[in-house]
Design a protein around this ligand. Structure first.
Ligand SMILES: *Cc1c(COP(=O)(O)O)cnc(C)c1O
Length: 384
């Protein structure tokens, strides 16, 4: 919910823009940090969820590490000032150049997703006369029960090393002089809302960690990835239940005294702290449908077009009349999937009214594109 003061501020600004509630972000970070400290868990922020500079600055200040999925993200994490020993680098397709740059930065760990990648990292580290620290990203075949397009831990997914390849993986690790094995890594999907899914993951993590230990490896790091979801249907439910989340891992993960547990949270930390604020350009009343055409589209918030994601749509202007009219809320882009919601019940709406697309802090601004030669999106902060 926005205050009258915020809404009158929005009315004076050029739309569309992302509006960041930095106080909420701070509360979310503090809450997560405190909940993790109870069990001595390490949190890395999954930078791909949002790399807005103000957001990154606050996350770094919280003491979290950075979870990167490209050379560009590793570079940004270093520039922003994340501790190199808290930077991890995952991704199925790390290029030689990205690997070399990360080796130069002496990052904490490569989360390795194929046997071939292990061999390449070993070779490149050898050329630099250094050792690369690696964790094996294992595909545990655990169903995340989330949207098909954001599931990553099933046999059919491209991510991680499958269990049947682990014997060969162990061989390569033993023969590779320039690799230092530090542990196992998992990430089974995003927007996961059932704690049972994480429980199932714990069972698999225990099995795989034991598998490596039985073969003489020291498993120092158990990295269980991220994936904790937020409540898109209830944006006022702003801070995810980090306590319950970490407790599941505390209860079901078998952690030895020399082991560290690492997490890579993205969406749960930043999802609720931003809204996309847009103005109604046109209202089209058809025979069967009424359309609201916004000045923001899939070029500013791609999630609905990409995976039918739901964002609550709030009408911020004028009449607080009963929600009487049903509209399809669409953007201006020349694509039929450029639609934020169908048959959305809203007060009667007019040209110039303000609309907020809620819970847009994760995978929102970062996915903005210049398709249709759109100009790009700006950010506005609650603190300014
Ligand atoms: C995207 C990603 C995450 C974060 O996922 P969230 O659902 O935003 O928590 C964590 N780890 C890896 C390897 C990822 O690719």
């Amino acid at each position: 919910m926005f205050s009258d003061k915020e809404i009158s501020r929005f009315a004076k600004l050029e739309t569309p823009f992302y509006y960041y509630d930095l106080a909420l972000l701070q509360n979310t970070l503090s809450n997560c940090s405190a909940a993790a400290k109870v069990y001595n868990f390490h949190v890395h922020y999954a930078m791909k969820a949002n790399f807005n500079p103000r957001v990154l600055e606050m996350i770094k200040a919280t003491g979290f590490g950075a979870d990167c999925v490209s050379g560009g993200e590793v570079k940004r994490a270093v520039e922003v000032g994340f501790n190199h020993q808290q930077i991890v680098f995952a991704g199925v397709g790390k290029s030689d150049r990205e690997i070399n740059d990360a080796l130069d930065q002496q990052i904490f760990c490569f989360n390795v997703e194929s046997i071939q990648e292990l061999e390449v990292i070993n070779e490149l580290a050898g050329l630099k006369n250094t050792k690369a620290k690696v964790a094996i990203r294992i595909n545990p075949n655990v169903d995340a029960h989330t949207h098909h397009n954001i599931t990553t831990g099933l046999d059919e997914n491209k991510f991680g090393i499958n269990s049947w390849d682990l014997p060969q993986c162990a061989e390569v690790l033993k023969q590779s002089e320039n690799l230092e094995f530090i542990g196992v890594h998992f990430h089974i999907g995003s927007q996961i809302t059932s704690m049972d899914v994480f429980k199932n993951l714990c069972v698999r993590v225990n099995e795989f960690a034991a598998w490596f230990e039985e073969r003489g490896f020291i498993v120092k790091v158990l990295n269980v990835g991220g994936g904790l979801g937020i409540d898109y249907h209830n944006p006022e439910q702003q801070i995810p239940d980090f306590e319950a989340y970490f407790k599941v891992y505390h209860d079901f993960l078998e952690v030895r005294s020399n082991q560290e547990v690492h997490f890579e949270l993205g969406r749960a930390l930043v999802g609720q702290c931003a809204s996309l604020i847009s103005k109604v350009l046109y209202v089209k009343n058809g025979k069967k449908k009424n359309f609201i055409v916004l000045d923001a589209g899939m070029t500013e918030l791609m999630r609905p077009a990409l995976y039918q994601a739901y964002h609550q749509i709030d009408h911020l202007s004028g009449s607080k009349s009963a929600e009487g009219v049903k509209y399809d809320v669409v953007g201006p882009i020349c694509e039929s999937t450029d639609c934020f919601g169908k048959e959305v019940a809203l007060p009667e709406t007019f040209r110039g009214d303000l609309i907020a697309l809620r819970s847009a802090g994760a995978y929102g601004e970062v996915m903005a594109s210049h398709y249709n030669l759109r100009e790009g999106i700006v950010s506005v902060y609650s603190e300014d």
